[in-house]
Design a protein around this ligand. Structure first.
Ligand SMILES: [Zn+2]
Length: 230
C-alpha cells in the first residue's frame, strides 16, 4: 500500500506493476484505489501521476452511493412511526411479555420483557428482514446480468456510516440493513447499481449506460431514496 497527500486529504492506493505502456488508475465502490503502472516506472513517477489525478480520484470516491438515514433517530416509544419497505407503521409496545414482532393493520406490534429491550428487538427484526428481502431481490435481479457472465455475488449486510451499498474488487456486494426501511424499488436500485459496478468499476459513461439498459427506472428510485424523510 502507498499513500499520497493532496491538500488535507490522504489517498491510499495499491500499486500493481504490469506489462503495459501507460499508467492506469481504478477507483472501486469500496473507495479503494489501484494504480496499474508499467514495469519500469519509478515510485516517484507514479506518485506524481497519482497527484495529478487526485481531484478525479476524490470525486470518484465521493460519487459512490452516499447514505443518510431515512428517518431521524427514534425513541422506541408507543405511537412513534417506523418505516418498513417504504411504509409507515405505528409502534405499539406490550411490556412484560415474551419478545416478538408482528405487523398488523399499519401497526408494528412489539412484545418485550422490558422497555430497555425494545430497541434491540426492533433492530434485530429489521436485520433479519433485511437479510431475507435483500437475498430475494438479488436472486430476482441477477438474471438481468446473464449476458455479462459475472459470478453470483456473495452478499453481506453491514452498517456503513456513509453508504447504502458497496462492493469489493473480489465481487462481494455489501448492503446497509437500513435499506430495508425503503421501498423495494429502492432496494432493487441499490443492488443493480452494485452489480453494474462488478462490470464497470468507475462512474463512467459506460457505467451509466449499463445501469440505464438494465434498470431504466433507476432515477426515480434514486430520488425516492434521497428525498424520502419521515
Ligand atoms: Zn456507484
Amino acid at each position: 500500500m502507498h499513500q499520497i497527500k493532496y491538500g488535507s486529504q490522504l489517498i491510499d492506493y495499491e500499486l500493481i506493476h504490469r506489462d503495459r505502456k501507460s499508467l492506469g488508475i481504478k477507483v472501486y465502490p469500496d473507495c479503494s484505489v489501484r494504480v496499474f503502472a508499467p514495469q519500469d516506472s519509478s515510485l516517484e513517477k507514479v506518485e506524481s501521476k497519482v497527484h495529478e489525478k487526485a481531484r478525479w480520484i476524490i470525486k470518484q470516491q465521493n460519487e459512490f452511493l452516499s447514505y443518510h438515514p431515512l428517518t431521524p433517530p427514534r425513541q422506541f416509544v408507543n405511537g412513534e412511526t417506523h418505516l418498513y419497505l417504504g411504509r409507515q407503521y405505528r409502534l405499539r409496545i406490550e411490556l412484560g411479555t415474551e419478545k416478538g414482532i408482528k405487523l398488523f393493520r399499519g401497526r408494528l406490534l412489539v412484545g418485550a420483557p422490558d422497555q430497555k429491550d425494545v430497541e434491540r428487538i426492533i433492530n434485530d427484526w429489521y436485520r433479519e428482514k433485511a437479510k431475507n428481502h435483500f437475498k430475494d431481490i438479488l436472486e430476482r435481479t441477477f438474471p438481468k446480468f446473464k449476458k455479462y457472465s459475472i459470478p453470483f455475488p456473495e452478499l453481506s449486510i453491514r452498517h456503513m456510516p456513509t453508504r447504502w451499498g458497496s462492493c469489493t474488487p473480489k465481487g462481494k456486494v455489501i448492503l446497509n440493513p437500513e435499506l430495508v426501511k425503503a421501498p423495494k424499488g429502492c432496494i432493487e436500485y441499490v443492488i443493480i447499481h452494485e452489480l453494474c459496478h462488478l462490470i464497470e468499476h468507475n462512474h463512467t459513461k459506460a457505467f451509466y449506460d449499463l445501469q440505464e439498459t438494465i434498470f431504466p427506472e433507476w432515477k426515480k428510485w434514486k430520488e425516492r431514496l434521497e428525498y424520502q424523510l419521515v
